[in-house]
Design a binder for this molecule. Structure first.
Ligand code: COA
Length: 247
């Protein structure tokens, strides 16, 4: 099981990094892969209540990779950390499957409490659902949820929930465009689509054109129905006028 997960993680790196050339290269030269390995060990110790051992292992991982992952953080399968330097992942952060993080990302708390004892065990850090991509330098702060397949742009600051499948950029982060549903299933290196769907505004305009065409068709249908009803009412009125003898 452990070896299978390991192979999945190596393959995830190969699939998502255009610069990766072989499994051996990933194993030997990818600090993101090493950081996840150290975290698996640290988290194992933490989960058994060996908190000091967990912190120690996590600190060794940080020393070797420049990526700081608290041993309490929960990380799903096939996490891909590209470059990685400067990443900080807090104690109560939760990361789903197939998530991608670039360097300098923080999954942190938003309001450090004066009374830190009161914060023990309280959810203070973000949750990233499956397939999320977080651009370099982005700060995701507080117990917010980034929905499945969402993309957070480089250097964005997120302090509110991000709906599934959308892209947010800037500080404070704002949505730039709901993504095509296909995109939630297909990984895009650097979070950027290619080909004819590359322009989000073109996609938005195509969607709108579709809606306008559907609305036009419906209006034409309703107009035809209305005209038919009017004709029927007129015929009825004429019929009743003839039978009563009124003009
Ligand atoms: C957010 C992101 C995924 C959007 O990609 P996209 O869907 O192709 O979007 P576009 O490039 O078409 O940009 C759409 C608009 O958002 C703006 N935008 C894109 N990324 C932005 C960012 N990180 N911060 C602020 N604005 C951004 C663009 O300037 C553009 O604005 P405009 O229409 O006013 O010109 C991508 O820009 C990004 O930041 N990816 C992360 C890359 C990364 O971390 N690389 C590190 C590799 S080592």
């Amino acid at each position: 099981m452990f070896l299978e997960n390991l192979r999945d993680e190596i393959d995830a790196t190969l699939a998502r990094d255009p610069a990766a050339r072989s499994r051996l290269e990933v194993v030997l030269a990818y600090p993101g892969f090493h950081a996840v390995l150290w975290h698996r060990m640290a988290h194992g110790a933490w989960a058994r209540g060996w908190h000091l051992a967990g912190r120690l292992l996590s600190n060794i991982g940080r020393f070797l990779t420049g990526i700081e992952i608290h041993p309490g953080a929960k990380i799903g399968r096939r996490l891909f950390i590209d470059h990685g330097l400067g990443i900080v992942i807090g104690e109560t952060a939760e990361i789903g499957d197939d998530v991608t993080l670039y360097h300098d990302v923080t999954l942190g708390g938003v309001a450090p409490s004066v009374d830190s004892a009161a914060q023990v065990g309280v959810k203070r850090h973000p949750t990233l659902e499956n397939g999320v991509i977080i651009g370099s330098g982005a700060q995701i702060l507080g117990p917010v949820t980034v929905g499945e397949g969402a993309r957070v742009g480089a250097n964005a600051v997120v302090t509110k929930d991000v709906p599934a499948g959308v892209t947010v950029v800037g500080n404070p982060a704002r949505m730039i465009m709901p993504r095509d549903k296909r995109a939630t299933r297909e990984f895009m290196a650097y979070g950027t689509p290619t080909g004819e769907l590359a322009d989000p505004f073109q996609r938005a305009i195509e969607d709108l054109r579709g809606h306008v065409a559907a609305l036009n068709a419906r209006v034409a249908e309703l107009e035809a129905e209305l005209a038919a009803r009017r004709r029927a009412e007129e015929t009825e009125d004429q019929g009743s006028a003839v039978s009563t003898g009124n003009p």
